[in-house]
Design a protein around this ligand. Sequence first.
Ligand SMILES: *Cc1c(COP(=O)(O)O)cnc(C)c1O
Length: 238
Amino acid sequence: MPTISSNIARINESILEAAAISNFPEKVTLVAVSKGHSFDKIIEAFNAGIINFGENYLQEALNKKLHLEEFAIQWHFLGPIQSNKCRLIAENFDWVHSVDRIKVMKLLNDFRPSNAPPLNICIQINSSGEDTKSGIGMNDAQSHLMDLVSALKELPKLKLRGIMSIPTNTESSEQVINEFKSMYMLYSKLKNQIDTVDTLSMGMSNDFKPAIEHGSNLVRVGTAIFGARAMKTQGDDN
Ligand SMILES: *Cc1c(COP(=O)(O)O)cnc(C)c1O
């Protein structure tokens, strides 16, 4: 099955191309989004050089993590966060990209084991304005973000790395690009204020190239690496 490794090689090439034409000379991290895909596909991607993997559903992710203990993987949590999942998320992940409430930040901080390094977090911005999406609204993002940032002063087990967004699901590339531009503006303001901020998490299978051209330095790619999600990924409401 050489397809996963050749997909990754092609994506790495596209990332370099996009980075070369962007004005943002930063190294781009590729997170392989493995939700809905089996252990062996993760191992195949790992053997092709991927160390960052993203998952949306806690139970599914914990199962995989257990089976893949011997691999030095960095696990990224990308899904909506319910308060009752915060303990297991704080104990098992290296990054959380979908933080959007102070309550969740406090729980993640309190449950982060004291012998673990600080949990890397990105604050999710709802750049699309669609109510079905999580994240803090773009309209008052600046002030809202500052509220979350000041709460972080009391939360030493969290390390703020940046912001994340999922753009509007639309055929209009113009709309998506406007969202990327607003995200970049918000990110640069935040980066100027907070030393630990170095990550703009935006861009998925369909739009990682324009995202990088507009300043993203972490892309979350699933389908373009692994193909259509085969395994049913239901929520973990147990
Ligand atoms: C599923 C998912 C992705 C990957 O999407 P693809 O279109 O398969 O690349 C990226 N980010 C988040 C937050 C996701 O939920």
